[in-house]
Design a protein around this ligand. Sequence first.
Ligand SMILES: [Zn+2]
Length: 422
Amino acid sequence: MNAEDRIARLCGAVNEDRLWKRHMDLARFGALESGGVNRQTLSRADIAARKLLIDWARQRGYAVETDAIANLYIRRRGRDNEALPVATGSHIDSQPLGGKFDGIYGVLAGCEVLESLDDAGIETDHPITVVAWTNEEGSRFAPGAMGSMVYAGLRAVDALRSVTDAEGTTLEAALDATLAAMQTDRRLATRPPFKAYIETHIEQGPVLEARGIEIGAVTGIQGTRWFEVEVNGRSAHAGTTPMSRRADAMSAAVDIIADLRRMAADPEDRLRFTIGRVNVVPNTPNTIPEQVRFTIDMRHPEQRVLEDRTRDIVARCTGTSGGCTVSVRELLTQKPCDFPESIVSRVESAAKALPVSCMRMPSGAFHDALFVASTCPTGMIFVPCRDGISHNPTEHAEPAHLAAGARVLAATLVGLAAADAK
Ligand SMILES: [Zn+2]
């Protein structure tokens, strides 16, 4: 059987109904009456979901492993078991008001590929591993993407153990409970290196649906910068202080924000600029505010643009304005990540061969792939979701789109798992 025939047979074995049913099976863990899920990391619902995945893996005879941060690794043997596995996956935790597809789709699409390989009787040279990364969402324990950051060596588990959730439970206690419940074959002391990593995910944006395209070949993940701006004036009585004698931190902040929004206007509509939190002191109706602090979340796929706009922000938010002093500090910098062209074009040609419609696009959101990308050649596959809505119980993806994404994933993984593939 030549390579094209193998891939055609494998894609024929991808089972849309099975993949859909598995999403519905897992949506029971943490199910909300609204139809969404609340399956926060290392919770009872997360543990139950992990156990079901492990049951499925055991029925197929796959190896099941974990590590100190409770990432779950499900591995199907290759012809050469010493060769580096080709990996896929995503996360199974959700936001408190999450949907049935964010994250879990990437894990279930990976499982569907493994089972389709079995059903089609195909052996790969390299093993293939499906990973469920711990705590991508960060809603219970901050920060998010802990599992993939620890994997990539960007964080140490020991430095995270004392992080607590809103109830005061430590990450350490939650990890212990999860690791004890999972009953894996092995706990890995060091990270298992991968030959490559491909993550499938719902787009969480409106572009694919609006254009009627089934697959996004993700070119990279846009960079992010967070700032906090602090405006300090003088509090005074709202009734007795003439307008001409005020140092009103809110008035100054409103002017600054208006200027920043003009600066952020992008005719190409690629820059994302959000002022999402404002704190006012003393925050009462009849006192002139003495202090306003607000955050800026700015994202763009190009580092040069982020640097230019950062200079604008610093210039506008330093010094004095409307009788108040203004300062800005950077809270977070995440550079844009470009996926290797060899991976992006593999995804594109896998889609073309099926055929399903495909376009190149950057990812607007963070994903585990952003961190794994520092360890091996990495890429992502997007499928449409209804109205671009995610992090919401109404999140929905079409069964046919989920299956199309799994087929593109299958073809991409099998290509990468060939001994001679670069
Ligand atoms: Zn996600």
